[in-house]
Design a protein around this ligand. Structure first.
Ligand code: MTE
Ligand code: MO
Length: 404
């Protein structure tokens, strides 16, 4: 209880700090609907030192070697950021979460929405989970470098993923307090960041429908990350955390949530975040939901290791289907596989850390391979199913290493 109160107070202090930022001179950008935003110095506010991140425009990828020696959770200073536009600075004292739509009792319209303040949410029963957030496009560059296929989108390696401890209110709690109707089928959270403009078309705020079953199952409205108030880049004051699902489901800077008694649509479940291409259904796959099984070494890309000694290779594996059960490493291009040694446990929605001692036989160029199998017996394949937008690259990645 004491801890709870302390964290709440810290959250409010953070909120005050954000209010302070809101009055810095030079404000130009405004956040639609709920309040003013300060000018961002760049699309991402936190420092992005080159030893921790690779920057791609409005996005920053975690360098895997920066996770070596870190604990189970990805520290905030090295958690990847995926912004369609730019991190807004939101004033938590005037911010309101607004719920409306035909899936709520009385079908309130957006101008008569049910409102929750930041303090209202902090006062509701809180819940904490460990969960990864991973971009659907994580690993996208390997479609090209390993499979010779052309794809569009950010050329991530494997660093568009992180695991954090998220605390907040269950979305189910807020939906029920708002008067959830038994006829609701979809909810659609909408971000307060700038509208996303693609090919000259304003696609509106970043938003994506979420089926009511997933919304009620384990989705969180998070206001803390790793015990701190949610940082601006990760969705302050409140974001969704949709465990095991592709990152776009976890809408940041939530302003409103439409609750509907009929299926909802947005560009993020129609033109993006579905599989398109010759091997896919003509109209495209259904909207993507869960992530696939993946593994990564905590090594630079490429890595350099010294000859004549044993190196402790380390890494992490995760799956959108549940716990990772087994991890295997190959140092001979996939001819033979050896069990890696797990340490530290895992959860259904997090990852598993592992180690593998390796003594290179001599100097030269190597490719290190790692593959995981999850609790459903699903193992990473040798190739990933091609799709033009480069989503869900779950194949074994060949990590280049020079031994000298
Ligand atoms: N409002 C809003 N929510 C968003 C996004 C965004 O650009 N705007 N990006 C989404 C995508 S594509 C991903 S992968 C995750 C990234 O979360 P992170 O930046 O906290 O790592 O946020 C999602 N939520
Ligand atoms: Mo993403």
């Amino acid at each position: 209880m004491a801890v709870e109160l302390a964290l709440t107070r810290r959250g409010l202090l953070r909120a005050s700090a954000a209010i302070g930022l809101g009055v810095l001179p030079g404000g130009g950008r405004t956040v639609t609907a709920t309040g003013p935003a300060a000018v961002a110095t760049g699309p991402i506010l936190k420092p992005l030192p080159p030893e921790l991140f690779t920057v791609f425009g409005t996005n920053a990828e975690t360098k895997w070697e920066a996770l070596r020696g870190q604990g189970y959770h990805t520290p905030i200073d090295r958690f990847f950021v995926r912004n369609h536009t730019a991190t807004p600075t939101i004033d938590a004292s005037t911010w309101r979460l607004k719920l409306f739509g035909s899936g709520l009792l009385g079908s309130p319209t957006s101008d008569r929405a049910i409102e929750f303040s930041y303090a209202d949410l902090l006062a509701l029963p809180s819940h904490e989970i460990s969960a990864f957030i991973e971009c659907a496009g994580n690993g996208r560059s390997f479609y090209t470098s390993q499979q010779g296929q052309s794809v569009s989108g950010t050329a991530w390696k494997l660093g568009a993923v992180g695991v954090a401890r998220w605390r907040g209110v269950r979305l189910s709690t807020v939906l029920r307090r708002a008067g959830l109707s038994s006829t609701a089928v979809d909810v659609m959270p909408s971000g307060l960041d700038d509208h996303f403009v693609s090919g000259g078309t304003d696609l509106g705020p970043v938003r994506r429908p979420l089926p009511i079953a997933k919304a009620l199952k384990d989705t969180l409205l998070a206001y803390e990350m790793n015990g701190e108030a949610l940082p601006p880049d990760h969705g302050f004051p409140v974001r969704l955390v949709v465990p095991s699902w592709i990152g776009i489901a976890s809408i940041k800077w939530v302003g409103d949530i439409e609750v509907s008694d009929r299926p909802l649509a947005s560009p993020w479940n129609t033109q993006f975040y579905r599989l398109f291409g010759p091997d896919q259904p003509a109209e495209g796959s259904p909207p993507l939901t869960r992530q696939v099984v993946k593994s990564a070494f905590e090594l630079p890309w490429p890595a350099s290791l010294t000859v004549g000694r044993t190196h402790e290779l380390t890494g992490r594996s995760w799956s959108g289907n549940g716990r990772v059960r087994q991890v295997e490493v190959s140092v001979d291009g996939g001819a033979t596989w050896h069990r890696a040694r797990p340490h530290g446990g895992t959860t259904r929605t997090g990852w598993l850390r592992w180690r593998f001692p390796w003594r290179p036989t001599g100097p030269g160029s190597y490719e290190l391979l790692v593959r995981a199998t999850d609790e459903h017996g699903i193992t990473q394949p040798d190739t990933a199913a091609y799709n033009t937008l480069g989503y869900l690259f779950g194949a074994v990645v060949r990590h280049p290493v020079v031994v000298a």
